[in-house]
Design a protein around this ligand. Sequence first.
Ligand SMILES: Nc1ncnc2c1ncn2[C@@H]1O[C@H](COP(=O)(O)OP(=O)(O)OP(=O)(O)O)[C@@H](O)[C@H]1O
Length: 390
Amino acid sequence: MPFVLDRPRSQEKVGESLMFIEDIKLTNYRNYSNLTMSFENKVNVILGENAQGKTNVMESIYVLAMAKSHRTSNDKDLIRWDEEYGKIEGRLQKRNGPLSLQLVISKKGKKAKSNHLEQPRLSQYIGNMNIVMFAPEDLNLVKGSPGIRRRFIDMEIGQVSAIYLYDLNQFNKILQQRNHYLKQLQTKKQHDKTMLEVYTSQLIEVASKIVVKRYEFLKLLQNWAEPIHHGISRGLETLKIQYNPSIDVSEDIELSKMVEVYEEKFAKIREREIERGVTLAGPHRDDLSFFVNGRDVQTFGSQGQQRTTALSLKLAEIELIQSEIGEYPILLLDDVLSELDDYRQSHLLNTIQGKVQTFVTTTSVEGINHETLKQAATYNVTEGEMTKLK
Ligand SMILES: Nc1ncnc2c1ncn2[C@@H]1O[C@H](COP(=O)(O)OP(=O)(O)OP(=O)(O)O)[C@@H](O)[C@H]1O
């Protein structure tokens, strides 16, 4: 089943190719005052002691792509201390030509440019550059809180669907207004319930679209992740991904039916929502489960199975983006190689070899003997300065 892509640039899909970053320029970004660095279109290993700025570089690439950080929701943290603004610039090569991206973060907000043109909507800007990041936090994807899994799914769909990001933004705004209204009803600052009906129907319209798209995306992800997981587990394990909605629907439900189910649900929980002062159903309360050989990995999986699941999902994302966009994304492996055993490390490095531009951070390459890393371009980071070693 083809995924409903809505980005204009992704029309022709021919063969395999990779997008890659040629260079990055950071101005007042975290502990970098000024950095300009060129990269290779293969594997780039960034070495350095703790707290020198390795993750900051990875984060800057992530932020350039996604217009937000993977480790803070406070954009001001990204600006170098005592400075007014921070800037990330990057030049990329893509199948259909060069692309330059720029993101300026100031205390007033973010401004993005793509090929020197101001982008009024970040939901349109995101997706120009596709990335997959694998960091130690991702090992919590299975075990951690539902919010981590929702964030994972939202970020991934957002890269291939601008409409999804737009809907998600709308949803969050309506949710906030609705929650505020419910709170007022709860505390009796407000008695008229008319506006609640308005917010509810607005919420249902956009919530239904989000959940339908999540189902579509997960079906695709499942198709990629299952054989990958099978391979990493040496043919012993079958991975299944399950979406757990906060309403009673199944994966093949149509949009109009989903709207009906939400309407019934909200009518039923109306008094409870007012009592609690909060919205109790919607995509913000949904979750994912992962099953290995029929058992829930979150409850029954070993740590190794949880790692394999997280790795399979990341590798599946790489393939999914390639199949949807027609180009391999850029892979960011932040301090994660040392967290994987030899077999999983080799599997990962064999998979990316030669086809994905990859950034790897580590304090040392000792103990990682894979050919891919021996041939990699290497850089050193010390106190916010980066130099190329080979
Ligand atoms: N806004 C900021 N302005 C200036 N410096 C900052 C800012 N935010 C973080 N830093 C500095 O950046 C450094 C941390 O860098 P980073 O997180 O990239 O470490 P790292 O090299 O990845 O280390 P580790 O291996 O421990 O993860 C710290 O010295 C921290 O004080």
